[in-house]
Design a protein around this ligand. Structure first.
Ligand SMILES: [Cu+2]
Length: 114
């Protein structure tokens, strides 16, 4: 009987932990990445954004030139996400790519900005 109570208590505590985990609010932001071209670009952008705190998911689409980022607004701001993309050598929304980072990109990934 005691054993059963213990296992019920354990089960309840697991449920509590799980429901708490879902309490974290996330938001989705769409960031324009007009200078991205290929899969390599997508990887570079994804890696740069994932390094930030509070990023849940990054989905880069170089066909639509849009990045969908799921993040925790309490941990990270959209402007910080844009800056991370800028510093990886790509334009983000209205911000132009960082020149030095852009120069370091592979040849195939460098699309001159108009
Ligand atoms: Cu590329």
């Amino acid at each position: 009987m005691k054993k059963m109570l213990y296992s019920i208590a354990y089960f309840v505590s697991v449920l509590v932990v799980m429901s708490c985990g879902k309490e974290v609010k996330t938001e989705k932001a769409i960031v324009k990445i007009p200078t991205s071209i290929c899969g390599e670009c997508a990887n570079t952008i994804k890696t740069a954004v994932m390094k930030l705190d509070g990023i849940k998911n990054v989905d880069v689409n170089t066909d639509t030139k849009l990045a969908m980022i799921e993040f925790i607004p309490a941990s990270v701001k959209v402007s910080e996400i844009e800056d991370a993309i800028v510093m990886s050598g790509y334009g983000a929304n209205d911000k132009a790519a960082n020149k030095d980072a852009f120069e370091k990109l592979p040849d195939c990934c460098r699309k001159e900005e108009k």
